[in-house]
Design a protein around this ligand. Structure first.
Ligand code: NAI
Ligand code: 13P
Length: 300
């Protein structure tokens, strides 16, 4: 293993933005399934030899990717994905912990559109890890335009990052249906309560939901067309099928599969999650206007 070296795995939008950010102070390698014309692009074996890895592949693919490709050599890992595995309902920290000890795993959270990070625009993010030492080791790699906070609430960050994508879909639907600013603000703030309730069940701290990881990322994603998930919502409001929307998008929208994961977990653990439930029903074909009326009417 090459000491003090860092690599990004996954060269999609977020992987490339993180590679740009992490290349400001030192050399940062990058790799992905298909070769790309990016500075310091290397093969997977070279990347896996780095002491520090930032992994930015979609949540639904991570378990299989780890099984097929990952070789643990005491690397320290930052997970950049935001989602919950739909097939199992497993959180990403549970999946990673099958391959890497928890002291060597951290999660990036907070409001951070790749399109802005890659322009060097300022943002504040959080590294969430059971180990403060891991944060202390990763933090100096980040450029001055990113302020990096520490939290040990891994599950709080994970639930926030994943749940806000589902709420961004709901918010996009609300906006696409022209239901007004009041309705959308109501939906977002009830969504914040809903994701906090869900997270609490799994041991998340309340403070994570009112900080950068929760409210910060939710307000960002649920109010901007830069968000893929929000754009999925706009498409659903126009009556497009989810297949058509994802085809047009050409990038991952984690909220789609995460809505399924949340519904599975809510049913199993008897958690009240009405917005995630309606998003899943819309994805399965329910009329979006009926759904939003059901959600926002006083009979609910
Ligand atoms: N784009 C953004 O602004 C942000 C994205 N994220 C999260 O980062 C993750 C990745 O998102 P993006 O890079 O934006 O998506 P993207 O759709 O732009 O790229 C996904 C990347 O994953 C790779 N990939 C897909 N399946 C794979 C597999 N089976 N094995 C290996 N690699 C595979 C693709 O080749 C591609 O390079 C998602 O979980 C997303 O929620 C988090 C913060 C910001
Ligand atoms: O997580 C994000 C910003 O923090 C990106 O959101 P989208 O995946 O909806 O584009």
């Amino acid at each position: 293993m090459t000491k003090n070296s860092i690599a990004v795995i996954g060269a999609g939008k977020w992987g490339q933005a993180l590679h740009f950010a992490l290349s400001q102070k030192q050399e940062c390698l990058i790799t992905s399934r298909t070769k790309k014309d990016i500075r310091n692009f290397v093969d997977l074996d070279t990347a896996l030899n780095c002491e520090y890895l930032v992994i930015a592949i979609p949540a639904q693919q991570i378990k299989q990717w780890l099984r097929d490709n990952f070789v643990y050599k005491n690397q320290k890992i930052l997970v950049a994905s935001k989602g919950i595995e739909a097939s199992s309902g497993q959180f990403l920290n549970e999946i990673y912990e099958e391959f890497v000890p928890s002291k060597n795993i951290g999660f990036i959270s907070g409001p951070s559109f790749a399109a802005e990070v890659i322009k060097g625009l300022p943002a504040a993010i959080v590294i969430n890890s059971k180990s403060k030492k891991l944060y202390n080791e990763f933090e100096p790699f980040f450029p001055n335009f990113l302020k990096v906070y520490y939290s040990k609430d891994v599950i709080g960050a994970e639930v926030s990052g994943a749940y806000k994508n589902v709420l961004a879909i709901a918010s996009g639907i609300c906006a696409g249906l022209n239901l007004g600013n009041n309705a959308r603000a109501s939906l977002i703030s009830r969504g914040l309560v809903e994701m906090q309730r869900f997270g609490k069940h799994f041991g998340a701290k309340k403070s994570s939901f009112i900080g950068l990881s929760g409210a910060g990322d939710l307000f960002l994603t649920a109010s901007s067309t830069l968000s893929r998930n929000y754009r999925v919502g706009l498409g659903l409001a126009q009556g497009k099928s989810i297949e058509e929307i994802l085809e047009e998008l050409g990038e991952v929208a984690e909220g789609v599969m995460t809505a399924e994961a949340i519904n599975k977990l809510s049913q199993k653990h008897q958690i009240y999650t009405p917005i995630a439930k309606e998003v899943k029903l819309i994805l399965d074909g329910k009329n979006p206007l009926d759904s939003l009326k059901d959600l926002l009417s006083s009979n609910q």
